[in-house]
Design a protein around this ligand. Structure first.
Ligand code: GTP
Ligand code: MG
Length: 623
């Protein structure tokens, strides 16, 4: 039972509570890649959601483009299955730390969680984060040790590690008494003991129905529902999703929409519940169920939908604050408008403010400049998923270097966000990795050895992680695994040195040539191919020295000079280094930005003019 209901129980003890045995609401939570979405696939399949011969893609709940391409869940999503006459509403959540806000948001709607833990990896940083949130919400946990089919599974140890984690998080006795289910989501099997035979998920379904509390609600009391998720449909407009906390709600009913201190009476349109992957229209829904409705086009996340005659507000949704910001600005490069449709500050502003209506842990602020907005989120990926979505929609913009958000405590002491970092590396690479982390002010907390691998836990300033992933991949030749999650605010750790190399900057606009690039590549690493259009101030490579250098990759050889012409045939170009969006964002310095268009990702100096940059340099040198 939620805390909110308990309060009302005290005040109005005469209300008639009802245990809805026909219903369970669960969220599936875990560290990234531990198999949540795959488990939902299996639960849907074994509940007859699909036709016998229906072609169903893997991880069917990961339905948006970026989810499929990146292979991760980004948005929490609803589905439901029927089992023995009981409807189980299932919320699949993302495991990546940057989308932790999605997990926090949906925990309000459920009575219990399936905590999935990989049978080899065991509890990871995000396992701890999501479990802590679930325990704070007083949710009943069921532990699912997943991927028991892995040849390297270490089920027994992992169960012990999970128990340790519960103890560390001060779980109460009831929570400590969690049931354990052993599963292979991929094979669609679950069992209550590793020795059992099983070829289906029945033991998991049984455990959910037996252990997760049924909603304990008053269906006669005045309506209360919290707006938990907003969705949009071009035909019906805004779709509101949430759990009916109290009373019941009907198609076309007049309700009171409560937003902070504002009240407005509005009429809802149609109501839907979740059946498998579909939303199905229903005439009425009762407390306990998770529903979607249309008609409330001004509803915002955290609003209460209440009875018109007896409006009582629910507590809004609280999520952890953002830790990282980037500036989003109008694209003012010479190529602006060539590749995108939405390029003005008005376009940018509208899109960003629309995003924060649904993206609960993201913030947007205006800045001194009408062309620049400060966007804050829970990590680089949180923001880069938005940037990627925008370029696919046809936006052009430029984005500044990610910076962490600092705070001061009550005594005025500077605090910065800290991250719990877990890495796994083959022993051979440990030296290089430790060196990199030392410079970034990471402190080793714990180290364990697992079959030739070392697993190390660190606490590191979030600042120190910017740009670390690239370096880590290089240092471990791609053989390392790293994960991190917000670990609270800590005292400012002092300076962390940034990039040690300057940029090679295009000296003037033009088309790059093999000859020009060949001349430049003696200076460092190039990012461009011959035949590319570049502009003055665009970053075309990395200098092997600390400062920036203006270079001319567009230089043409003198055709009149016969000897030089002959030697040009021998030009051998090193393939250019390419950057993903995230790679570019991690790479740039404060005085640089990433220009993002539907077709291109370029890095550039904020100030494009060579002369102006030279003047600034001279001024700084004098100062
Ligand atoms: N061997 C094995 N692999 C599994 C099992 N369940 C999932 N996987 C694999 O693990 C990978 C991640 O699975 P997902 O279902 O996307 O994991 P997730 O927890 O939803 O990941 P996020 O949503 O990004 O946090 C996929 O490659 C799956 O095929 C399992 O039971 N056994
Ligand atoms: Mg997933």
């Amino acid at each position: 039972m939620t805390g909110i209901l308990l309060i009302y129980l005290e005040i109005r003890g005469d209300w008639a509570f009802m245990i809805r045995n026909d219903l369970r609401n669960i969220a599936i939570i875990a560290h990234v890649d531990h198999g949540k979405t795959t488990l939902v696939d299996a639960m849907l399949k074994q509940s007859g959601v699909f036709r016998a011969n229906q072609q169903v893609q893997e991880r069917v709940m990961d339905s948006n483009d970026q989810e499929r391409e990146r292979g991760i869940t980004i948005l929490a999503k609803n589905t439901s299955v029927m089992h023995d006459g009981c409807k189980i509403n299932i919320l699949d959540t993302p495991g990546h730390a940057d989308f932790g806000g999605e997990v926090e948001r949906v925990l309000n709607m459920v009575d219990g969680v399936l905590l999935l833990v990989d049978a080899y990896e065991g509890p990871m940083p995000q396992t701890k984060y999501v479990l802590r949130k679930a325990l704070e919400h007083h949710l009943k946990p069921v532990v699912v040790i997943n991927k028991i089919d892995r040849p390297d599974q270490r089920v027994e140890e992992v169960v012990d590690e999970v128990l340790d984690l519960f103890i560390e998080l001060n779980a109460n006795d009831d929570q400590l008494d969690f049931p354990v289910v052993y599963a292979s989501a991929k094979k669609g099997i679950a069992k209550l003991s590793m020795d059992d035979d099983s070829d289906n998920l029945e033991p998991l379904f049984r455990t959910i129905i037996d252990s997760i509390p049924a909603p304990d609600v008053d269906v006669e009391a005045p309506l209360q529902m919290l707006v938990n998720t907003l969705d949009h449909d071009d035909y019906v407009g805004r779709i509101v999703v949430g759990r009916v906390v109290r009373g019941s709600i009907k198609n076309g009913q007049n309700v009171c929409l409560m937003h902070d201190d504002q009240r407005s009476n509005q009429k809802i349109g149609r109501l839907y519940t979740y059946e498998g992957l579909k939303r199905v229209e229903v005439p009425e829904a009762k407390a306990g169920d998770i529903i979607a409705l249309i008609g409330l086009n001004t509803a915002e996340i955290g609003d209460t939908i209440a009875d018109v005659d007896n409006p009582e507000q629910l507590q809004g949704i609280k999520v952890d604050e953002p830790t990282l910001s980037m500036t989003f600005s109008v694209n003012d490069s010479p190529f602006a408008g060539q590749e995108g449709d939405f390029i003005t500050s008005r376009h940018l502003r509208d899109r960003l403010y629309k995003e924060v209506e649904t993206n609960v842990s993201m913030r947007v602020e205006d800045t001194d400049s009408a062309d620049t907005f400060k966007v804050s989120g829970r990590g680089e990926l949180h923001l880069s998923v938005l940037i990627e979505a925008m370029r696919r929609e046809g936006f052009e913009l430029q984005v500044g270097k990610p910076t962490v958000i600092m705070r001061r405590d009550e005594n005025g002491k500077l605090l910065e966000p800290m991250e719990a970092l877990t890495i796994e590396v083959p022993q051979d690479f440990m030296g290089a990795v430790m060196e990199g982390l030392g410079i970034r002010k990471a402190e080793l907390q714990n180290m364990t050895e697992m079959a030739g691998y070392l697993r190390m836990d660190f606490i590191i300033p979030a600042r120190g992680l910017i740009g670390f992933r690239n370096q880590f991949l290089t240092d471990t030749k791609g053989n390392g695994i790293m994960n991190h999650v917000f670990a609270g605010w800590g005292a400012y750790k002092g300076d962390i040195p940034g990039r040690t190399r300057g940029s090679l900057v295009a000296f003037e606009a033009g088309t790059t040539t093999a000859y020009g690039i060949d001349k430049c590549q003696a200076r460092g690493t190039m990012y461009v191919n011959p035949g590319e259009e570049v502009y003055e101030g665009e970053i075309v490579g990395e200098n092997s020295r600390e400062d920036d250098m203006d270079v001319n990759p567009c230089k043409k050889k003198h055709v009149s000079n016969m000897r030089a012409a002959g030697s040009d045939d021998a030009v051998r170009l090193v393939p250019p280094q390419t950057f993903s969006l995230e790679g570019a964002l991690e790479h740039i310095n404060e005085d640089e930005t990433v220009e993002v268009t539907p077709k291109s990702i370029r890095m550039r100096k904020r100030v494009l003019s060579r002369l102006e940059r030279a003047r600034t340099r001279a001024r700084n040198a004098r100062a």
